[in-house]
Structures are given as C-alpha cells and as structure tokens.
Design a protein around this ligand. Structure first.
Ligand code: ADP
Ligand code: MG
Length: 476
C-alpha cells in the first residue's frame, strides 16, 4: 500500500482515538485495518461480524468524519469482515509475546505504526463467545508488582490458576481503583492465562459489550442462547462495571451473576468504585458483589512507576530494537509523572515517536520537553501552625514554649506576633483557632498581632525581609 495512504490511515486512527477516547478505541477499533482507498471510497476491515455491526451501528459517522478530515474527497467508508484466510488463528497455547513477533516477521506491522495496537488474534473460543478484544501486552508477565497492587494481583493469579472443579475461594473477585491504576491490565491477564488452559472457558467482557449482548439477544429473541452461552463458561470477567446501564441489562446481569456463582463458576469484576457506590445497581446486586473479595488498588508509588516504565520500554523494544531510554530519563519520568499508568504509557510512546521520527537518541532534555503536559503541577504545600512556630522560634532564637507562653518581654512578643501573622496569612485557620494554638489566646489578640505586623512590614524593610525569608523557609 502506498505510504501516503498509510500515513493518512494512521492520522485517521489518531483522530478516532482522540474523539472516542482510549478505552473505546482499543475496544472497537484496535483491530480495524485499511484495505484500500479508491477515489472517494475507503475500504476497511475488521476480524469479526460482531465488530462490524457494532461499529456500523455506533461509530459509522465518526469513522467517516475522521476520514473526511484527512481526505475531504472521501464520501463513503465500506466495512467488511476479513476472511479467515488472512487472519490465521494462533494455536491456543501460543504465548502473546510469541504472537507479536510473528506479526513482525510477516511484516504485518508497518514501521510507521509506532503505537502497537492489539492486533494479535485472541483464542478461537474467546472470539466465538463474543468476548471483547484482548490486548496481547496485558499479561501477568508484564504486570509490575508494588505495594498498591500486591493483594489484587495475588487474588487475580489465584483465580487465573484455578482448575475446573476447584473450590472457588473468592467469588466474585471485585477489584476497584481509579483510572489508569491497572484494573484492565489485571483482568486481561486473567483472561489470557485462562485462555491458555484448554479445560477452562474464560470470557472477558467490558460492561458495554455485556449490554450489547443482552440488547441484541432480546431483539432477535435469542436471549436463551445468550444466557446459555454465558452460563456455560468457567470464568466470567467483566471490566468497567460502572458503565452497566439500563434495567433489562442489569436484571440480566443479576441473573447471570447469581447463576454463575451458584454453579461454582468464578466471576471477576473491575470498576472505578466499590460495590456500595454503584448507585444505579439494585441493592441485592450490590450486596452480592460485596459478598466475595473486594480489593482496592492504590495509587502507584514511585518504584512501581519506574517498574511500569521499564516494562513499557522493554515491550516497545520488541518492535524497535534501537529504542533506548537512559536510566536518568526513566528516573525523571517516574518522579515527575505521578498520576497514572496511562500517562506513563503515553510518555514512553512519545519518546518512541520522537526518537523514531527524528532518528535521535532519547535525552533528558528531550524527555522534559516531550512530556511537559503530562506533569501535573504539584499541590501547594500545606503549611501547619506547628511548622510556623518551629521556624519562627529558630529564626529568633527563642523556644516554641516561649511563643506559647504569657511572657511579654520584647524579645518574645515580636516573634510571637510574626508567627501569628504568618499563621493567619499562610493557613486557612480562623483567628479563634490560631489563638487557641498560641497558648489559648483570645482572637482579638491574634487580630491585633496581624494588624501590627501588617503595618510594620509596610514601613520596616528589615522586617519585610525577615518575613519574606520565613515564608520561603516554610514553602520548602
Ligand atoms: P485501568 O483499567 O485501571 O484504568 P489500565 O489497566 O488500563 O488501568 O492501566 C493503564 C496503563 O498502565 C496500562 O498501560 C497498563 O499496562 C499500565 N499499568 C498499570 N498498572 C500496571 C502494573 N502494575 N504493571 C504494569 N503496567 C501497569
Ligand atoms: Mg480499564
């Protein structure tokens, strides 16, 4: 295919990704390929009929718009299901990593496609059951352990390694955490591990997909078949449960949950909040969800962030052997990008893109420039009254108890007033509260001190300098 078409295609994908968001993009578009562009029509393909009908029903216009934005002459987009010939299913036990390499050698992944997308086919049984696409990079092997996720990881592993007929220990296993903290990664790891075990049927579904299955089944009156299919599996994995909406779907979810749990099958769920906060769900469902093991994953510590970065770089090097990120750059990123795993992934992708496109090595300066917008400004430090008293006492060579005492000698009165003034200007404490914290003084005493120092600072430059330097010390 002509290079220009490929560039256009990559840009169309970027547009789609930013218009629908990363989650939707990777669920529905990650495996969409460009077949041909002929004058005003574009021909795209997807691997399953399900994907085709979902995209046509929900995203046809967005796809067309994204093309029009790149190539105004395009007036229609045809979507077809790729023939089985082109999309050879892997052996069931093939490790996802091996899968990636095979794609590479066959040249299916153009070098211009810097961001690796989930194109490795999922095991045949998972597809047949209508599972959501699995990203081959999200396995236990690439999941980095840290304090925030040890328990969730251990529980997920236990579930993934269970055999048919084993007693089910935690059911459902319910994992909750904020955005980008590894829920999907862990759930997909469970699905990958399960799919390599021929005696277990594992189904990974986003809540969105579950809803679609229910609605489609109700429409075509094949609801029974859908239920049968769901109840015939050993492990049901549902991601982003907070998106489950609509009474009929929720009722169906409730039946499925009960049927599976009662039959001793495993259910694994992820959501962005604990079961009790899923307001739209029926009380009985919430209590059933809370009845298994509920684990929260916490924010990523610096060490964990560094581990995730290293694992991402290693994954990128599978396709881009020359890509190297020096230790100081990794350390810098781990320290600066504190928010979530998605931003870490984004940072590695940018460095990769930048170093590939410009054929330059990754340096600290480049990293600082490229990831600037991923770094959130630090929260201003909360200053405590005790800190103010400690710093002021040290500066004026008095003791903290002098400041709190009722002594009225000049060498104590002035520092005490300065400290009260700083407490009033640098903290959100009220005057009475500040008075209490200064040896139980009245709020009018505090007000007097504040006015006094305010007036003096306007005239006395030496005092002004002292106050400024105290503020600087407190901000450090
Ligand atoms: P969530 O589903 O909770 O929003 P994801 O599972 O999509 O988050 O994680 C966001 C990104 O961070 C992904 O690229 C994921 O691989 C990465 N990530 C998060 N936690 C870990 C971890 N413990 N080990 C490796 N990668 C992680
Ligand atoms: Mg997720």
């Amino acid at each position: 295919m002509a290079n220009m078409e490929h560039d256009n295609w990559n840009r169309v994908k970027s547009r789609l990704r930013s218009s629908v968001g990363e989650d939707v993009f990777s669920s529905w578009f990650a495996r969409m390929d460009l077949e041909a562009v002929q004058q005003e029509s574009v021909h795209l393909s997807v691997p399953t009929r399900f994907l085709k009908s979902w995209i046509q029903a929900h995203y046809a216009e967005r796809v067309l718009d994204a093309w029009k934005a790149e190539m105004p002459e395009v007036s229609r987009v045809d979507l077809t299901v790729r023939s089985a010939m082109r999309n050879v299913a892997p052996a069931k036990e093939a490790a996802p990593q091996a899968e990636l390499r095979r794609h590479d050698q066959a040249g299916h992944r153009p070098a211009t496609e810097l961001r690796s997308t989930a194109t490795a086919p999922v095991s045949a049984s998972h597809e047949a059951l209508g599972g959501s696409p699995l990203d081959p990079r999200l396995t236990f092997a690439s999941f980095v352990l840290g304090r925030a996720n040890t328990l969730a990881h251990a529980a997920a592993r236990q579930v993934a390694e269970g055999r048919r007929g084993d007693p089910v220990m935690f059911n459902p296993l319910y994992i909750h955490a904020g955005v980008g903290l590894g829920k999907t990664h862990l759930l997909q790891a469970v699905a990958w591990a399960g799919n390599s075990n021929p005696e277990r049927k594992v189904l990974y579904l986003t809540a969105e997909k579950f809803m679609y299955g229910c609605v489609a089944a109700l429409k075509t009156q094949t609801a029974l078949a859908f239920k049968e299919a769901l109840r015939g599996i050993d492990v049901l994995v549902i991601d982003d449960l907070q998106f489950l909406q609509g009474k009929p779907t929720q009722a169906e979810f409730c039946h499925t949950l009960n049927a599976l749990i009662d039959a001793g099958r495993q259910v694994v769920i992820a959501a962005d909040r604990p079961p009790s906060d899923l307001e739209s769900l029926d009380e009985r469902v919430r209590s059933r969800l809370a009845g298994g093991l509920v684990v929260e994953m916490g924010t990523l510590g610096e060490e964990l962030r560094l581990g995730i970065l290293k694992s991402r770089v290693a994954a990128a090097r599978v396709h881009h052997a020359t890509f190297e990120v020096p230790e100081p750059v990794l350390d810098y990123l781990a320290r600066a990008i504190t928010h979530n795993g998605r931003d870490l992934e984004g940072a590695v992708n940018r460095l990769l893109a930048h170093s590939k496109l410009n054929a330059t090595a990754v340096t600290l300066e480049m990293a600082e420039r490229e990831v600037r917008d991923l770094i959130r400004p630090m929260e201003p430090k909360r200053i405590k009254i005790e800190d103010i008293q400690r710093v002021v006492a040290r500066q004026y060579h008095v003791s903290r108890s002098d400041l709190l005492s009722s002594r009225r000698t000049a060498n104590v009165v002035r520092p005490r007033q300065v400290a009260m003034y700083l407490a009033e200007t640098l903290t959100l404490r009220s005057l009475p509260e500040i008075g209490r914290r200064f040896g139980g003084r009245d709020h009018t005493t505090v007000l007097h001190a504040v006015r006094k120092i305010e007036a003096l600072v306007g005239k006395d430059t030496a005092l002004q300098d002292e106050v400024e330097s105290l503020k600087r010390m407190l901000a450090e």
